[in-house]
Design a protein around this ligand. Structure first.
Ligand code: AQP
Length: 342
């Protein structure tokens, strides 16, 4: 089956679990905006059903979902151009996920590193939802017949599983129905690391707030976190190879490159030979100039929650015009009797 037989359609999502950070921005959000600018058909989702695979306080979940929607818009997503939704308002995601639960194999799920990381040592006590997470993610993508999925590098394994599910479904039912989706993992920001430990991913759930730059941080906080970011005593190299065993230096240069839309090579041409005492103020200035307008706009939008709710409702209506027929076709393929008119 060839991907080109499907209209290019971009889908991606972020969990509304609070602490939206620079990694989510560079690895996902900023690239969502780039796809929108390319006039692709773009659908972006607050994946609230994914969020509850681990415990969420209901009041916080509602707030985080609206805050994430505000973050999407503040970062440059236009609800007229892109379809913005929260997953639970488009029931076909969960309905197709059930079908995929019956296509995916236990062994496939057991290999998922995110499950192992999040379940930790007490896997028996993890929710069934956390185990089945990648089947829901495959449904999120395939219920739109999405062809391109921009994500950070941590999601690569889940996207490969979505391809396996699509392939197995097509093979089992002898159809050419689900596209084999392209992961789009490219650029300097696909793996932003903790500011406290360059070997650990920047993460919402890191107990240290100093490890990440939150999209809600003000300019002073951003500056303080960058000034305190872990580094080494050496000057920056002029060649990429010089960063290979310097995790923290590599991370800060990557962040600079991602924020400035440059390659790491080009950044090093400008900053090679500089000490961190000189480079960090440059990074502070760049980060504040890029992040502060987003923070300010998010705060403004959060004062108009009714507008956010209307955007989500309208997004769901537009989304369902795509997802309902695809789910119906799926049900027809697998032999579910359709409702008869009466
Ligand atoms: N550090 C990162 N660098 C680049 N991209 C990242 N993403 C997440 N962290 C980084 C990308 O952000 C998108 C949304 O991710 P998510 O909401 O599914 O959250 P996550 O991956 O669970 O984010 P965290 O911060 O890592 O949360 P916790 O701490 O709960 O595990 C995805 O495209 C992801 O690749």
């Amino acid at each position: 089956m060839s991907e080109t037989s499907f209209t290019p359609r971009v889908f991606s999502g972020i969990q509304p679990t609070g602490n939206l950070h620079l990694g989510n921005y560079l690895g996902a959000l900023k690239r969502f905006v780039d796809w929108q600018a390319m006039d692709a058909e773009t659908i972006y989702c607050m994946v609230d059903l994914h969020a509850i695979t681990v415990w969420q306080n209901p009041t916080d979940l509602q707030k985080s979902t609206r805050e994430l929607c505000a973050g999407f818009i503040a970062a440059g997503l236009d609800p007229e151009k892109s379809i913005l939704i929260n997953q639970s308002q488009v029931p076909e995601h969960a309905q197709l996920a059930w079908v995929f639960n019956c296509v995916a194999r236990m062994g496939w799920m057991q290999r998922m590193t995110q499950f192992k990381d999040k379940a930790g040592k007490n896997a028996q006590n993890a929710s069934l939802g956390l185990f089945a997470y990648p089947a829901l993610m495959a449904a999120d993508i395939l219920v739109y017949h999405a062809t391109h999925v921009p994500v950070g590098e941590d999601q690569k394994q889940h996207l490969e599983l979505a391809r396996d599910i699509a392939t197995k479904f097509n093979h089992d039912y002898g159809v050419d129905f689900f596209p084999i989706t392209e992961p789009v993992i490219e650029g300097a920001g696909t793996r932003v690391m903790s500011l406290r430990d360059g070997t650990k991913k920047m993460s919402k759930s890191d107990v240290s707030d100093a490890s990440r730059i939150n999209l809600t941080d003000d300019a002073d906080t951003i500056a303080k976190k960058i000034r305190k970011a872990k580094t080494d005593p050496d000057a920056l190299p002029s060649e990429v190879e010089g960063l290979s065993d310097r995790a923290e230096a590599k991370n800060l240069v990557n962040i600079y490159a991602g924020l400035n839309n440059q390659s790491v090579e080009d950044v090093l041409v400008d900053v090679g030979g500089k000490q961190f005492s000189e480079f960090k103020p440059m990074l502070v200035e760049l980060a504040v100039s890029k992040m502060s307008p987003i923070t300010t706009e998010m705060a403004r939008l959060m004062e108009h929650q009714d507008e956010i709710d209307k955007i989500l409702a309208r997004g769901a209506e537009r989304a369902r015009a795509i997802t309902a027929p695809i789910l119906r076709q799926t049900y027809d393929i697998i032999g579910m009797v359709p409702p008869a008119p009466f």
